[in-house]
Design a binder for this molecule. Structure first.
Ligand code: BTN
Length: 268
C-alpha cells in the first residue's frame, strides 16, 4: 500500500511512482512521506521492535534528530538534502559488507564521479582524486518481536549547498553534478537499485560485489590515518577490502584488517 503524500510537504514526492517501482521487487512494501520526523531510521527501528517487520521506505523532508554513524548527528534542511530510510526484513549469512553494497548501488545510480569512502560515506571526487562528502549511509538492525531481523538502511544525500552551523569542512552536493537536482527525482532514481542490491546481498553476501566496490573505492592506494574512538591513531596505505568488506591497510606493523565500527578513516 502506498500512503498519500502529506499535504504540507514543500516538495512533490512521487510516492505512487516509487511504490510502482519497488512493490514488484518486494511485495508488501509501503512508501511513506513525512513532512517532519525525528529520524526516519529511528521511526522504522521503533516499528520493527514493536513487531512490525513489513518492508517500508520512509522519506522525510525534515528530520529533527537525524543520526549519523558513531553517534554523530546528521543535519540537513528541507529541500537541500534527501533523507530516507528503507526497512527490510533480511536474513543474510553475515552482515558485514552491507553498507558497502548499499554504497555501490547508490554510487552507480548517481554518477561516475561518486566514490565510496569505507565504510559508509559517499564522496564526490574531482579529477585529482580529492573527495568531499556527498552523503552517508547508516545501517542498523532491529529484531522484530516474534519475527525476523529487520535491516534499516538510512541514507542522507546533499542535494544543494547549505551552510551548517559549526561545520567547517565543505560538503559536496549533487547539484554540482546536475544543475537543478531535486530530492524527489533523486529518490526515484536510487530507490530500486538500492532495494535490489540489498536483496542480492541477502542471497550472496558481499564477495560478488568486490569488483564493483573496487571500481568506486576512493581510498585504494592512498595513505590514510585510522582514528580509534577511544583515542590513538595509526597510519598506513589502504589496499582495498577483503571478501567480508573489511578494510585492508598496510602499516609499519604489517597488514591490518579493519572491521571495527569504532574506527574513523581519513586520507592523509
Ligand atoms: C553518516 O554519514 O554517518 C551516515 C548518515 C546517515 C543519515 C541518514 S538521513 C536518513 C536516515 N535517518 C537518520 O537519522 N540517519 C539516516
Amino acid at each position: 500500500m502506498s500512503l498519500p503524500v502529506a499535504p504540507t510537504t514543500m516538495l512533490r514526492w512521487p510516492a505512487e511512482e516509487l511504490w510502482e517501482a519497488l512493490q514488484p521487487l518486494c511485495p508488501g512494501l509501503s512508501v511513506e512521506v513525512a513532512t517532519e520526523v525525528d529520524s526516519t531510521s529511528s521511526r522504522l527501528l521503533e516499528r520493527a521492535r514493536a513487531g512490525d517487520a513489513s518492508p517500508c521506505l520512509l522519506v522525510a523532508e525534515r528530520q529533527t534528530a537525524g543520526r549519523g554513524r558513531l553517534g554523530r548527528s546528521w543535519e540537513a534542511s528541507p529541500g537541500a538534502s534527501l533523507t530516507f530510510s528503507l526497512a527490510l526484513p533480511l536474513a543474510p549469512r553475515a552482515w558485514s559488507g552491507l553498507s558497502l553494497v548499499a554504497g555501490v548501488a547508490l554510487a552507480e545510480a548517481l554518477h561516475e564521479r561518486v566514490r565510496l569512502k569505507w565504510p559508509n560515506d559517499l564522496w564526490l571526487v574531482d579529477g585529482a582524486g580529492q573527495g568531499r562528502k556527498l552523503g552517508g549511509i547508516l545501517i542498523e538492525t532491529a529484531q522484530a518481536a516474534g519475527g525476523p531481523r529487520v535491516a534499516v538502511v538510512g541514507v542522507g544525500l546533499n542535494i544543494r549547498q547549505e551552510a551548517i552551523a559549526g561545520e567547517t569542512t565543505s560538503r559536496a552536493s549533487l547539484d554540482e553534478l546536475e544543475s537543478g537536482a531535486q530530492a524527489p527525482a533523486t529518490l526515484l532514481r536510487i530507490a530500486a537499485p538500492l532495494l535490489r542490491v540489498l536483496q542480492a546481498f541477502e542471497r550472496e553476501g558481499f564477495a560478488p560485489w568486490m569488483a564493483r566496490y573496487a571500481a568506486r573505492d576512493a581510498l585504494a592506494g592512498r595513505s590514510i590515518r585510522l582514528l580509534q574512538h577511544q583515542g590513538g591513531s595509526s597510519e598506513g596505505q589502504a589496499l582495498g577490502v577483503d571478501e567480508q568488506g573489511a578494510l585492508l591497510v598496510q602499516t609499519a606493523a604489517g597488514l591490518q584488517t579493519i572491521t571495527s565500527a569504532e574506527v574513523s578513516v581519513r586520507p592523509c
